[in-house]
Design a binder for this molecule. Sequence first.
Ligand SMILES: [Mg+2]
Length: 234
Amino acid sequence: MALTVATNLAVETVDWSQLDTILLDMDGTLLDLEFDNHFWGTVIPERWGQERGLDVAASQATLAPLFKEVRGTLDWYCLDYWSQKLSLDIPTIKTGYSEGIRWRPQAETFLRHLNTSHLDVVLITNAHPVTLAMKAERLPLAQWFNHMVSSHDYGAPKETTRFWDTLMAERPFDPERTLFVDDSEYVLDAALAYGVSHLITLRQPDSTLAPREQTRFPAIHHFEEILQGLPDID
Ligand SMILES: [Mg+2]
């Protein structure tokens, strides 16, 4: 359920001195969502259709209801689920496309600043552990985090209270002194309901799609908009 109304709220500034923890999403926040959109929107329908004599458009149309059915659940993000459902070796196919895994602009610079700050820097992703490992192998991202969480290890996606309860138990944080950045407003809804006070979304998760004008949460385009107040780096 939407807890806030659509707006084009910009982020004025972040007072880092009021924060102890930053929670960061991966895909669409730190990494370009184009990889995932292309993989699930084109590559997988193409492979699936090849074995059934269907072109990409026909496969996309056939698969759309299957994707829609589990959106927002852990299955939606689960490679095992889709490998079985579609009778495809998804991890192997995904490995073949790993060159498409890219940082979003300024994401690495932002992480370097955070790394020298007082903040506990935690990655929280709905990506499957195999996907997380693949991305961490492709890009040196693990070095920037004090802790990394795949929601599959909790058995509950970020959209659920159970995820937040489990995160709190494993890595305690003060919700009023925590900033969470995620491109998914459904995920931000769950964080807001849990009591996380500082929430930011992204205007352009996928570099090949137009930036979002309207968002329900304060939005940034690039991380330079919130760098002020973080320690300098070389
Ligand atoms: Mg995301």
